[in-house]
Design a protein around this ligand. Structure first.
Ligand SMILES: [Zn+2]
Length: 259
């Protein structure tokens, strides 16, 4: 598969995913139409589908413009977001398969950032990629606007269980700031310092891998003794044996973190 990242708005990423056999192309999370149309023209591609990870305007703001410019394009998002994603042509749920030429994306539900948040997982000849929107970021995760800590914790655990080499294409360039928070949670984790040094010279930081995230992302590491201890130090009422409670404390800490 071919994947092109397209910066949109101030720090969003859209992606073009193309089947190498048929040229069928999906646009993931078009926050605005202009940069997408430019990237499509530069690559000589016509989109056959738009894949929305969730309903927020900075991820679907370009849907109407692209649908007008490319009549007949399929617009895919979670079934529960039919009233929140204008122009949706197909609502999907967990386990649904979305064809793109010879590629197939499987839908993973990950409620928490929004109730209808989904990821698209493509496994093509052992080369896997997952588009996670605002659920899983480089070294971080989205805020819980429409979910609970147990929901978001379970959603992230589902993504963390993907094969380690799976490439993670996330929705915002937040990795550097996220790593500053990760270092505050786990000052003794050398993988966090190494990743921060590595991205100093690299923009964009997308994609990462599930292995990168498991090694450095505090929100996937709530079973680690150091992360549990940090959560209890932040909020002494947290039961360190309760993964969702540890997750919730780390998320609240990050919400107020200015690093
Ligand atoms: Zn969002």
């Amino acid at each position: 598969m071919r994947i092109v990242s397209v910066p949109c708005l101030s720090d969003n990423f859209a992606y073009l995913v193309t089947c190498p056999t048929t040229g069928a192309t999906a646009v993931v999370d078009p926050g605005e139409p202009g940069p997408i149309e430019a990237a499509l023209a530069a690559a000589g591609l016509t989109p056959t589908a738009i894949w929305a990870t969730h309903h927020h305007p900075d991820h679907v703001g370009g849907v109407a413009g692209l649908a007008a410019r490319f009549p007949g394009v399929a617009v895919i998002g979670h079934a529960s977001d039919a009233a929140r994603i204008a122009g949706l042509t197909r609502g999907v749920v967990a386990g649904d398969r979305v064809e793109l030429g010879s590629l197939t994306a499987t839908i993973i539900e990950n409620p928490g950032h929004t109730s209808g948040a989904i990821s698209y997982l493509i496994d093509a000849d052992g080369e896997a990629a997952v588009f996670t929107g605002d659920t899983l970021f480089g070294a971080g995760c989205g805020r819980m606007f429409e979910g609970t800590p147990p929901q978001m914790h379970a959603s992230l655990a589902r993504l963390a269980a993907l094969p380690p080499a799976t490439r993670v294409y996330f929705g915002h360039e937040y990795t550097a700031a996220n790593l500053r928070f990760a270092a505050a949670v786990e000052p003794g984790n050398p993988a966090i310092a190494a990743r921060a040094a590595a991205i100093d010279a690299a923009r964009p930081t997308t994609p990462s891998t599930i292995a990168d995230e498991r090694a450095t992302n505090p929100f996937l590491r709530v079973a680690e003794p150091a992360v549990r201890a940090a959560a209890v130090a932040f909020d002494a009422t947290v039961d360190p044996a309760d993964g969702a409670a540890v997750f919730g404390a780390i998320r609240r800490w990050k919400d107020g973190f200015r690093g």
